[in-house]
Every structure is written in structure tokens, then in C-alpha cells.
Ligand binder design. Structure first.
Ligand SMILES: *[C@@H]1O[C@H](CO)[C@@H](O)[C@H](O)[C@H]1NC(C)=O
Ligand SMILES: *[C@@H]1O[C@H](CO)[C@@H](O)[C@H](O)[C@H]1NC(C)=O
Length: 331
């Protein structure tokens, strides 16, 4: 599933320097080798971020309401841009395997961010911070900071509904197209699309009286996303669960939005959609998701065989080929 670091460094050596965050660096053996060189910034413990203290490669962008959003870009800035929006509980780290893949880095410019309430970003817990426009403004801040022009947007799982927020406040041509990866298109359909194994975990994930119950439910959730994750990555997934206050989890799941403009863009043919499913997904139900996308004019559906909810971890090569081919056709 994961390639070795040795393979990664020899693959990076083949990359031209047009790829952002790649540089020729002196090694301690006095040779020059090509490496990922993301500038690292400090994440200081504040009430707004629930006290987390760490360093990570990326930047903070400030959303219209002052919320600090942690974002990161990698890849080839001369190629089409894709903004990746992660799903429940996790942060942008969910996409590590894609952002470390030299073939992705060469062919697209990839941007990801921890959505508000997640990972390294601020985690406001007042209802006003969770109205639809705030989430659209977070995306805007990322787009402006990286000078993106009509990016494609990939929403994974509950990351899908963010695109409905974005289109409530922008015309369809603000973006080039939508990729729903094992995703729900909006908050209303989310609870029809969630599987009978996943939905019953929600009460355990938002209650605040029983720690054991929370731990067990969150571990169950990650296991349902993929039953055999590499250990360090698994710990990262569990860690993103721990850095989210439970009242924020509740706001993430109960917020509302107006998806009129999304479905208008869908049925008018204004935006192409690539809908990817994992045939073995245990978190969402494909047919229910397709029902929510009924009437979409420019729809491509691809089901990856033997793929779990973490579609790209299950089928990295097939997933990459599916997305990049579709991007090429629609760029
Ligand atoms: C806490 O949750 C665990 C696991 O669901 C359960 O076994 C236990 O009885 C609960 N404890 C209390 C005090 O409710
Ligand atoms: C939803 O958005 C549409 C299109 O902008 C608008 O006509 C409609 O009134 C909105 N609905 C609500 C409940 O705000």
C-alpha cells in the first residue's frame, strides 16, 4: 500500500523543479538530492484551536470571520488545480498518500486544508460560525491565498456538502468541476446516504459523559473507513478525532445549508461531476448517493472494485488514473 521512502526519494529525483515544494538540498553526506521541502510553520496552542501545539508544513489563511484555516499546496502550479476537502473527524492528513505521490505531483496542483473545527485549524463552537456562508468563505480564503483560478473541487465523504456551501455564494463557473469521492452532495441527503453501520455511531461520538464510549465509537469509525491502515497513518486518523471538541463535532453534523444552487448547476449542465465509489465502502451507500445526484447532466460514475471508504488507499493507481483522466477531459 505505501511505497518506501527510498522509492519516494528516487522517484522525486526524476521530478522537474516546476513541482512546488520540491528542491535540491545538500545532504549530510555532502551530496545534493531532491526532496520535498515544504516550509514548516508553528501551530501555537490557543483556545481557538483547542490548545494544540505542533509544527507542520503549510500556511494559515484567515477566513472572513477571522477563523484561521490551515492549508497546504503541493504539485505543479502550471497544471489544473484541485482542492481536496476531507471528511468526518479527520483533517487534510487524510490525503497524505495522494500528496506524497510523485505522479500526482507532476500532473496537477493540489491544495488541501483542515476545514474549520478540524486538525490544525481553529475550532469555533458557536452556531454563528457554522452557517453555510462561513464554510464557503474558508474555501475562498484558500483559493485567494494560492491564487487558484477555477479549481476542481474534490469532496470526500462529508467533505462533499462543502461544495453546496461554495455554490450558494458563487456562480458555477467559480470552479471547473466537482469530484464526489464516496461523498454525499449535501447535508440533507447525508443521513440517507450514511450506512447502517456508520450512522448509529453518531450519538456515541457527540455525547460528553462517557469517554470509553467515545473512544470505542471513533475507533470503530476509522476501522469502517478501511480495515488495514498503515499504523502511523491510523494514529494520525485517531489523533484528528482527539483534537476536535465534541460540541464542534455536533455542529459539523447538525449544520444546515441551501443546496438549491448546487442542484441548479447540476441539472442545467453547468458543472461536470465525477462520482467515485468504493465497491466495499462500509460508510456510505452508493445507490442512496446516486439517488441524491439524480438529474445531473454531466455525470460520470466510476466504482472502484475492492475499494473501501478510503478509496484512494484501497486502489491508489486506479483512483489516480480515474481522476487525472477526467480532469484532462474537463480542464
Ligand atoms: C460507557 O460506555 C461503555 C461502552 O459503550 C459501556 O460499556 C459502559 O457501561 C458505559 N459506562 C457508563 C457509566 O455508562
Ligand atoms: C435557497 O436559495 C435559493 C436560490 O438562491 C433561494 O431562491 C431560496 O429562497 C433559498 N431558500 C431558503 C430557504 O433560503
Amino acid at each position: 500500500m505505501l511505497f518506501s521512502l527510498k522509492f519516494l526519494s528516487s522517484a522525486l529525483a526524476l521530478l522537474p523543479l516546476v513541482v512546488a515544494n520540491i528542491g535540491d538540498l545538500p545532504t549530510r553526506d555532502n551530496t545534493i538530492e531532491r526532496r520535498l521541502v515544504d516550509p514548516v510553520i508553528a501551530i501555537s496552542p490557543t483556545d481557538a484551536n483547542f490548545g494544540i501545539s505542533a509544527v507542520a508544513p503549510g500556511r494559515f489563511v484567515t477566513s472572513a470571520d477571522g477563523t484561521k484555516i490551515f492549508a497546504e499546496a503541493r504539485g505543479n502550479p502550471s497544471k489544473p488545480a484541485i482542492v481536496f476537502i476531507h471528511g468526518f473527524g479527520l483533517g487534510a492528513m487524510a490525503f497524505n498518500e495522494i500528496f506524497d505521490d510523485p505522479l500526482w505531483l507532476l500532473q496537477v496542483y493540489m491544495v488541501r486544508y483542515d476545514t474549520r473545527g478540524h486538525g490544525r485549524s481553529d475550532k469555533p463552537n458557536n452556531a454563528a460560525a457554522w452557517v453555510s456562508q462561513r464554510l464557503a468563505e474558508d474555501f475562498d480564503a484558500v483559493v485567494q491565498s494560492y491564487n487558484l483560478n477555477k479549481p476542481f473541487v474534490l469532496g470526500w465523504s462529508i467533505g462533499g456538502p462543502h461544495i453546496a456551501d461554495i455554490l450558494s455564494f458563487h456562480p458555477p463557473n467559480y470552479i471547473s468541476g466537482i469530484i464526489y469521492d464516496a461523498a454525499a452532495p449535501d447535508m440533507t441527503s447525508l443521513f440517507n446516504i450514511g450506512s447502517p453501520a456508520a450512522l448509529p455511531l453518531i450519538p456515541s461520538l457527540i455525547q460528553t459523559t462517557n469517554v470509553t464510549q467515545f473512544q470505542a465509537a471513533y475507533i470503530d469509525f476509522i476501522n469502517l473507513c478501511h480495515p488495514a491502515l498503515e499504523w502511523n497513518f491510523y494514529l494520525g486518523c485517531l489523533g484528528d478525532g482527539v483534537v476536535q471538541p465534541r460540541d464542534v463535532t455536533e455542529l459539523v453534523l447538525t449544520r444546515t445549508q441551501n443546496s438549491t444552487n448546487l442542484y441548479q448547476a447540476a441539472t442545467s449542465g453547468a458543472l461536470p461531476l465525477l462520482a467515485i465509489f468504493g465497491a466495499d465502502d462500509k460508510i456510505i451507500m452508493k445507490q442512496a448517493a446516486l439517488d441524491a445526484m439524480a438529474g445531473w447532466q454531466r455525470l460520470t460514475v466510476v466504482t472502484l472494485p475492492n475499494a473501501e471508504h478510503f478509496t484512494w488507499i484501497s486502489r491508489p493507481v486506479l483512483f489516480r488514473a480515474t481522476v487525472l483522466q477526467w480532469i484532462t477531459q474537463n480542464a
